[in-house]
Design a protein around this ligand. Structure first.
Ligand SMILES: O=C(O)[C@@H](CO)OP(=O)(O)O
Length: 247
């Protein structure tokens, strides 16, 4: 049996301001830092240890990983960054307020943009100042830098990294920690748990709470659970779901 741990980054400045973030590289808030440290403490107290960590190229996930590893005295672990673990690209919504968009377009439309499997938000123009195509960190992958993504697109770019890098690493016996984002984790959860396209709409990932997967020899889930208080994890996931509502 293998164990895999996934952590969504702690609260970011744009989570706090309730803005669509996507590939925008925003920082953690002090609460986000505390959540990341708490995640490391939880892992340490429960006796977890790791051999390698994977994260995105966005600093809210990178810092979450480092703060958690620092709590575990494991900042020396090898860390592999990949844009394939980035948050889902939010297209032209990046930077806009979720509740304001719900007021303008309705809760229903915002839910579709946030959680539907195959409807992407409106795309960014390639000439838009928010477009990441001129960002040096993506220069080697320019053709693949999206202008928007639905979850299906995110699954399609996360899975090659899972299949070619993370899964072989787990199967080789490495204990793996992944620090990523709400929707890149939803993409992995959808794949691992084989969740139907319409059921993934109801899945929300809370900030900074380690999500443990126990996997069989074929990396099929035996069970999965959040570390710590399950009611607190459920309440935090419900709060994420509510971010796209008018009130
Ligand atoms: O804005 C985003 O990039 C994501 C995660 O913060 O938000 P949502 O939960 O609305 O998909």
């Amino acid at each position: 049996m293998y164990k895999l741990v996934l952590i969504r980054h702690g609260e970011s400045t744009w989570n706090l301001e309730n803005r669509f973030t996507g590939w925008t590289d925003v920082d953690l808030t002090p609460t986000g830092v505390a959540q990341a440290k708490q995640a490391g403490q939880l892992l340490k107290e429960a006796g977890y240890d790791f051999d390698i960590a994977y994260t995105s190229v966005l600093k809210r996930a990178v810092w979450t990983l480092w703060y958690a590893l620092e709590e575990m005295s494991r900042t020396w672990l090898p860390v592999r960054h990949s844009w394939r673990l980035n948050e889902r690209h939010y297209g032209a919504l990046q930077g806009l307020n979720k509740a304001d968009m719900a007021k303008q377009y309705g809760d229903e439309q915002v839910l579709i943009w946030r959680r539907s499997y195959d409807t992407p938000p409106p795309a960014l123009e390639a000439t838009d100042a928010r477009c990441e195509r001129s960002d040096r960190r993506y220069s080697a992958y320019n053709a693949e830098v999206p202008l928007t993504e639905c979850l299906k697109d995110t699954v399609a770019r996360v899975l090659p990294f899972w299949n070619e890098t993370i899964a072989p690493s787990i199967k080789s016996g490495q204990r793996v920690l992944i620090a990523a984002h709400g929707n890149s984790i939803r993409a992995l959860v959808k794949y691992l748990d084989n969740i139907a396209d319409d059921a993934i709409v109801g899945v929300n990932i809370p900030n900074g709470i380690p999500l443990v997967y126990e996997l069989d020899a074929d990396l099929k889930p035996i069970k999965s659970y959040y570390l710590g208080d399950p009611a607190a994890a459920a309440a935090a996931a419900a709060a994420v779901a509510a971010q796209g509502k008018k009130a």
